[in-house]
Design a protein around this ligand. Sequence first.
Ligand code: SF4
Length: 310
Amino acid sequence: MVNYNGKPYHSLDYHLREVFHDKVYKIALDAGTTCPNRDGKIDTRGCIFCSLGGSGDFASSRKLSITSQIESGIRSISEKYNGHKFIAYFQAFTGTYGDKNYLRECYLEAIRHPDIVCLSIATRPDCIDEDILKILDECNHIKPVWIELGLQTINEDTARYIRRGYPLSVFDKAVRDLRSINIDVIVHTIIGLPGETFDDMKATICYLAKCDIQGIKLQLLHVLKRTDLLTDYENGLFQTLSLEEYTDIIIKLIELLPENIVIHRITGDGPKSILVSPTWSSNKKYVLNYIHKEFKLRGAYQGKYYRRRF
Ligand code: SF4
């Protein structure tokens, strides 16, 4: 049975200590990018669950320079951490979408900061082109670069419902292209999407278990204020998961993942001010303790039901 510093799965915390030999915190940054799913290139409405902050609700103000955002992030963490190792996380909207020269400057400004040990960029697979790959390759030769791809599900019907705006083949190509230049790929998934059964979620996880990815975020579906998802929720078109249901699902899914895939997140992180449902998820400490306790009671661990086929 695996044991990563007391956790039954390969957690991000454990991974960061292994790689950087210290506790490492993320600083959420906003380069002022937008998203093709909001600016009209694909759609104007955004993904059905996306908040007005473009899923970057914890980032600093986009009016500040990248260096100022990093300094401000370091100051706000300084009460609990006085180390010098941080990840520059371009979280808001689509971090590889926009003027390439401008993006290159932003990434280089972040990666050259002495306290930054790694650059992580959240984006869409359809926003990884040749120019971006060249820039990422350049950055990856300075410090490690991670790309976080918002996939959410492999189910094409659900993908249409959430207005993801690209087919699975685009994700597959982005993973291949990024891996060809040794960029670590982290995939965002959402657990509890409307209409999805456990078998649908399992299909997504089993698919990813065999992809050349290095990390995964398992994110509980949140219903946030001022989203179209809230309208469907209020109209009774779906329900959100209870803590007990979510725990049961998340444990079974983690058992299907190979141990080498780092688990960056096993719950949600929605800002309390705009969270409508499920409200239990706002007590993150309690939720994590509950899930970890249940792992123990069941004798569950990452990779328990994963079998390598090569
Ligand atoms: S791709 Fe990301 S930023 Fe764009 S609408 Fe979807 S969730 Fe929001």
